[in-house]
Design a protein around this ligand. Structure first.
Ligand SMILES: Nc1ncnc2c1ncn2[C@@H]1O[C@H](COP(=O)(O)OP(=O)(O)OP(=O)(O)O)[C@@H](O)[C@H]1O
Ligand SMILES: [Mg+2]
Length: 254
């Protein structure tokens, strides 16, 4: 890799093993996320996508190997330390506070702003997520799955993350909501300059956003390359992602 490529790398995993207790879930995972890029980590149920994100966030799993972010060694940071470095994490379960309003949930995102950066004002967030405006005074607990997902992405953005880790944002969403979530992620990238690592099993959705892709299967990375390279490999799409024709994953789903 050239010096330029190394300088432009925001997140890097090198030969990472991970365990839950004594059960190993990741085997030598290597992954590189360039600054300003959108990278998809694709794989089926149980492939190790969430475990990879938890390894980065230092949650639940024990790891071995190198995980570095903006040149810092994350394996020495605790969960709070990682968030303070400017990583916005939206976990699988979204963690919306059910008894707080949408506005209060958004304001909570301020606590995750890095010490040296002001949180994003709510008005700026709402310009990008206009669909949240009519929901501001509603309780988090009554939102639909799609609304919760939008709120979770918006809340992570409040802290002005340089990197966003999104765990299956498409899960359980109907096509219309899926498009809104897709737009929200695209805006996080375009309007706020966030680098994005997206864990997904919905290849159509993920490939419509990502420039680069890594495919994970039983805890091992089995493909890394440009989105177009994966699209040109129908056998990989079928074997690891259950996509039966490359054409099916070529659209944007919108
Ligand atoms: N808390 C846990 N304790 C023990 N094993 C776990 C735990 N979480 C995940 N695993 C195991 O680790 C492996 C990888 O799981 P992981 O949740 O990372 O998969 P995934 O790709 O995110 O799947 P999904 O698409 O279903 O969310 C699986 O074999 C799973 O059973
Ligand atoms: Mg998962």
């Amino acid at each position: 890799m050239s010096d330029d490529a190394v300088r432009d790398e925001l997140l890097r995993l090198e030969n990472v093993d991970a365990w839950y207790g004594t059960a190993q879930a990741l085997f030598g995972v290597s992954l590189s996320v360039p600054r300003g890029g959108v990278v998809a980590l694709l794989g089926r149920n149980g492939a190790g996508k969430s475990t990879t994100l938890r390894s980065i966030m230092r949650i639940e799993v024990r790891t071995r190997g190198e995980i570095s972010y903006a040149g810092r060694d994350l394996t020495r940071a605790g969960t709070t330390g990682v968030a303070r470095l400017g990583i916005g994490y939206v976990p699988e379960d979204r963690r919306i506070f059910g008894r707080m309003t949408v506005r209060e949930n958004l304001l909570l995102g301020r606590h995750l702003a890095r010490g040296d950066r002001e949180p994003l004002p709510l008005t700026e967030i709402l310009d990008t997520f206009p669909m949240l405006v009519p929901l501001l005074d509603r309780l988090g607990g009554v939102l639909s799955g799609g609304e919760q997902q939008l709120l979770a992405v918006a809340r992570a953005l409040v802290g002005r993350p340089e990197l966003m880790l999104l765990d299956e944002p498409s899960e359980g969403l109907a096509p219309l909501t899926l498009r809104q979530v897709r737009t929200a992620i695209q805006s996080a990238h375009d309007a706020f300059g966030a680098t994005v690592l997206l864990a997904e099993q919905n290849a159509t959705f993920a490939l419509s956003l990502a420039q680069r892709v890594a495919v994970i299967d039983t805890g091992r990375i089995v493909f890394t390359g440009a989105t177009e390279e994966l699209r040109a490999r129908p056998e990989l799409m079928s074997r690891y992602l259950g996509v039966e024709s490359a054409g099916a994953a070529a659209g944007t789903g919108s």
